[in-house]
Design a protein around this ligand. Structure first.
Ligand SMILES: Cc1cc2nc3c(=O)[nH]c(=O)nc-3n(C[C@H](O)[C@H](O)[C@H](O)COP(=O)(O)OP(=O)(O)OC[C@H]3O[C@@H](n4cnc5c(N)ncnc54)[C@H](O)[C@@H]3O)c2cc1C
Length: 324
């Protein structure tokens, strides 16, 4: 059995969980193992069914009032208990902060190694793994020798489009008997404050990114307008945050947010590697730049070579005219 830890939020499997199950399906075939899911804090039918749609044959649920919200130590303890009791051949999660945190907890509890952010896995006697380091600017080949390999797959790095299983079925549900101590519940999410309404940068279907070429903080009003019309969000490069034109929460890249929109409209951004690693999971890229040789232009699906201060207002006017 390959056991996949799946994340959920408000009764829905999050994108990361669907990526982990999609990646896990391929890995389970390579290993000759069945795909099982570990679902903690809920045994909701819709969640179980969704896990089945992405290939889980059995879902192991662990529920208790204290687990409804995320607790890294409790979740780690439960996955470790599942490893000891169910004896999976390996455990996989998605390399989100939560996925990596839970796996680190499991590794510490079982005293086994853990490899984060894998891109490619060959599960021989010693597992050969290529993984991303330094936010994507370095690829590292590692060899993992462990009784139970613990691995996370890179978020948006391997599976850009999670896909349903070709042969989905309603999975078996196995209720897992858990033992928790007070020490397992020392860190809990007690409250959530929604800081922004609408789409967020990591999940936005359209991101309108601006770089140093935008020229000023005020210049971003054009990008705000375009993003508003397209139901998207504004992003930016680090040059822009360094200049204080936008907050760090808007920064795309190695030291910012990784995005995976349907389209990334990158205006006045050169496409340095540290920016590119945060943008490369975009399904399509439109670059707007005065420099036809800019990295972002050469990597984009489409490019407009021109001054963004002319091109963006022209796009905005065209969208408004077509919608009128
Ligand atoms: C450790 C480390 C981590 C980093 N992390 C990140 C990160 O997370 N994200 C990130 O973005 N960067 C990051 N950087 C910085 C990165 O290396 C680049 O310096 C940065 O991305 C450049 O930003 P830029 O493209 O906006 O600016 P520039 O490289 O200066 O590019 C500006 C672009 O705008 C174009 N332009 C100028 N005027 C116009 C105009 N009127 N119309 C159209 N185009 C125009 C130019 O042709 C040029 O291509 C990091 C660097 C380091 C060392």
């Amino acid at each position: 059995m390959l056991l996949v830890f799946v994340e959920h939020e408000d009764g829905v499997l999050v994108e990361a969980a669907r990526e982990a199950l999609t990646f896990g399906r391929t890995l389970a075939v390579k290993m000759g193992e069945d795909l099982h899911a570990a679902l903690i804090g809920s045994d909701d039918d819709d969640l179980v069914e969704a896990a089945g749609e992405y290939g889980a044959e059995t879902v192991h649920t662990a529920t208790r009032a204290a687990l409804t919200d995320y607790s890294p130590s409790a979740y780690g303890s439960i996955v470790a208990q599942m490893v000891e009791s169910l004896g999976p051949a390996a455990v996989l999660a998605c390399g989100t902060s939560r996925g990596n945190e839970v796996m680190a907890q499991v590794a510490a509890r079982l005293d086994v190694p853990f490899v984060a952010n894998a891109l490619d896995i060959t599960p021989d006697d010693d597992w050969q793994i290529t993984r991303v380091q330094w936010g994507g600017s370095l690829l590292e080949d590692v060899s993992l020798e462990a009784e139970v390999p613990l691995v996370t797959c890179g978020l948006h790095a391997v599976v850009s489009e999670p896909g349903h299983s070709q042969d989905p079925d309603i999975p078996d549900i196995e209720e897992f008997d858990i033992e928790l101590e007070d020490a397992d519940l020392v860190t809990m999410v007690r409250d959530r404050v929604v800081q922004e309404a609408g789409v967020t940068l990591p999940t936005a279907p359209v991101v309108c990114g601006g770089g140093r070429g935008v020229g000023s903080a005020d210049g971003f009003s054009q990008l705000e307008e375009l993003a508003g019309l397209l139901g998207g969000r504004v992003g930016c490069s680090r040059a822009v945050t360094n200049l204080g034109w936008r907050p760090h929460s808007d920064q795309v890249g190695q030291t910012g947010t990784r995005i995976a929109p349907e389209i990334y409209i990158a205006s006045g951004i050169s496409g340095a590697i540290q920016h590119w690693v945060g943008a490369m999971a975009s399904k399509h890229i439109l670059a707007i730049n005065t420099d036809a040789e800019a990295n972002m232009v050469t990597k984009a699906d489409w490019a407009v070579i021109g001054d963004l201060h002319e091109v963006i207002p022209a796009i905005v006017e065209e969208i408004k005219a077509r919608r009128a």
